[in-house]
Every structure is written in C-alpha cells, then in structure tokens.
Ligand binder design. Structure first.
Ligand code: MG
Length: 373
C-alpha cells in the first residue's frame, strides 16, 4: 500500500458547557480541530485528528498543526502507511520535533492498518480488555462551591473520577479541593490538576494543606525538577502530565520515583505508535496511566478508546471521552459514553466514518499526481 494523498479539514468544536478554564487564566470556548485523511493507492482512506488545547497549554497550536501537516505531507507521498515504524522514522527525519503535527497522520495510518487487516486498532494494540473502561470528568476552574456542585451533576451522568482544574490562587485551590472532597461518595476518585500553574512554594503549601484529603496531585509546577521537589514533599499520590512528552521522560521519572501515574496524551508524544510504546513500557513497569489527548472530537475519542481499551485494567487509571464535551459530531461509529464508561469499536481500524457534509472542503490537499506535474 502506498500513500497517494493527504488532506486536512478544519472543524470548530464548541463546548456544551460554554467554556473550559484552567490554570493561569487560560480558557477555550471553541476548539479548533484538524481532521486528516491519508489516501492510498488501494482506494482505502485512513482518518486521524489533532486538536491542541489552545496555544498556551503545550508547545502546539491549531494553525501550527495544519502548517506542519502541509509541510510534512509531500514527503510522505509514496510511503507505505502500514509500515508504521518506518513511517515514524521518516516523519522524524523530515521534521525535527513538533510531535503534535505527526500525531494525526500516524493515527490515520493505524486506521489504515486496521482496515487492511480487518481488525480493530484495539486488537492490534493487545486486544479489548473487558467490555468497557471508566472515564474521568474534567471540572473547569470555577469557584469552590460551583466546582463541588459540578461533581454531583457529573456523577449523575455516571462519572466517578473527577479532575479539578486548580493551579490558581493557592488558598482558593485549597478551598476547591476541600469543597470537592466533601461531596465525594465512596468509590469516587478526586484529582487536583494544577496544569503547571503553581510556583514551587505555592505547591508546597497546597500539598501540606491537603495531607489528610483523599486527592491525587497532578502536574503542580512548570518544570520536572519543581514537580519532583513537590513529589518528595507530599504524601499524596502524584501524577505527571505536561512534562511527560516522550519515552525518555517516563524512564527518567521512573528512575527518580517522580510519579505514581502519568497522563499519556496521544498528540503530546507524537501519535498512537509512540503512545503505545509508552503504554507498554508503563505496563511493564507498573506505572498507571490516564490515556487521552489534549482535546478533540469523534476521531480522537475513537483513538483514545482503542489505546485505553487494550490497556490492562489495573493500570488504566482513567481516560477521556472528548466527543461528549463538544456540540459537533463529525464521524459516525465513534464511541459514545454510557454510564461514565466507554468501549472501543469492534469494526476494522478506528471504526469511524467521517460525515463529509460536516467536514466541508479540505483546507490542505496534497496529492501524488500534483507532485509529479
Ligand atoms: Mg493534566
């Protein structure tokens, strides 16, 4: 099989809740997502998606994803999309860094691999574990009372894991954590995710104030070293997210005992191929994972579902169903949350069928024929 064309589509994804707010006063109300189609000489098309959490979250932004795809795509024409190891080598040689640019292309090639073999991506990644898996709900940064109230609302939708967006004023954050913990039911799990927003001394104060609260602390500070200092100070279970941007950081974190859980985002590490390498390493080392992405719609939710559903249950801390956060559906067959849980499709590939009237005209269209002119 050969890649004969790469197209990209731009999709706006507004939120049911109006906006999503996290540390540093950051917020997004409409997500800018990019859907990628990898076309082949056998007439089969693979689909991928990339959706940065705005430009201020990671070194990634939506127009950068599209500029990067337009830059990279001509160099991938003629390559075998099923040789995923070689394809990733080719992408890494052609463009240094920019993992999020490569993510949707790699994801689309996994979709092709599944379609070519007649197997769901989850089967190719180790097989569906059980019938489904549990999701967490992110709780946008609001007042302590409003965030506690949201826990009750989301529990009614079936969620039992709640990730509070903190990383603001430390006194208010302590109130947020305590207010949320006060409304938990037995079996609920609470995570306080600062998204790099605390200074080290503020993080130390919050960590001390919640020593007796049943809460996980996620990515308190900007750097790995600052997070490690907080980790060594706190008695709470600890999650690293933003600084874990590749397999080398997982190895380093394990050597330092810097975390109990990592947050594995597909586009942060460069696609499903690299996310699966990290997933398998974490399984071998006993590190639990939240498996998700920076944001997205139906295709990213499908990709998350295949990686998460093929992960041993004891090490799958949680996962996310972004397509239930946004108001626009653009692919049939995408997994839909039921009682706070999600299941990967049993159809070949990612199991999604894009709705072309929603996607509209491609904003990037690079074809092998055009290249030969
Ligand atoms: Mg996080």
């Amino acid at each position: 099989m050969k890649i004969t064309g790469i197209r990209a589509y731009q999709v706006d994804l507004p939120l049911h809740d109006g906006s999503y707010k996290w540390s540093g006063g950051n917020s997004v109300s409409v997500f800018d997502s990019t859907v990628v189609a990898v076309e082949t000489d056998e007439g089969v098309t693979g689909w991928g998606e990339v959706c940065p959490l705005g430009p201020a979250y990671l070194p990634a932004y939506a127009r950068g994803a599209r500029a990067g795809i337009a830059e990279l795509a001509p160099q991938l024409l003629g390559a075998d999309p099923l040789a995923l190891g070689e394809l990733n080598e080719l992408m890494d040689r052609a463009m240094r860094g920019h993992p999020y640019v490569k993510s949707a292309i790699d994801m689309a090639c996994w979709d092709l691999l599944g379609k070519a073999s007649g197997l769901p991506v989850a089967t190719l990644m180790g097989g569906h574990v059980g019938a489904d898996f549990a999701l967490y709900r992110a709780i946008s940064q609001e007042s302590p009372a409003q965030m506690a109230k949201k826990i009750g609302q989301y529990r009614k939708e079936g969620y039992h894991k709640f990730q509070l967006k903190v990383g603001g004023d430390p006194d208010t954050d302590i109130d947020r954590i305590k207010a949320a913990a006060a409304v938990l039911s037995r079996g609920d799990v609470l995570i306080a995710d600062a998204n790099t927003g605390w200074t080290q001394h503020a993080a130390m104060r919050v960590a001390d104030a919640v020593r007796d609260v049943d809460v996980y602390i996620e990515q308190p500070c900007m750097t790995y070293e600052q997070c490690l200092a907080v980790r060594r100070h706190t008695n709470r279970p600890f999650v690293l997210d933003e600084v874990v941007d590749g397999i080398d950081m997982v190895v380093r974190g394990v050597a330092d005992q810097a975390m109990d859980v990592i947050n594995l985002k597909i586009s942060k590490v460069g696609g499903l191929t690299k996310a699966r390498q990290i997933r398998d390493l974490c399984v071998s080392l006993g590190i639990a994972m939240t498996i998700e992405d920076t944001w997205g719609g139906d295709i990213i939710t499908a990709a998350i579902s295949h990686l998460a559903h093929s992960t041993p249950e004891r090490l799958l801390f949680s996962a996310t169903d972004f397509n239930s956060y946004v108001t626009v559906a653009f692919a049939a067959g995408a997994p839909q949350r039921k009682k706070g849980r999600l299941a990967a499709s049993m159809e070949p590939g990612l199991g999604v069928r894009p709705i072309m009237k929603v996607l509209g005209k491609p904003v990037i269209d690079i074809q092998l024929k055009a290249k030969r002119k």
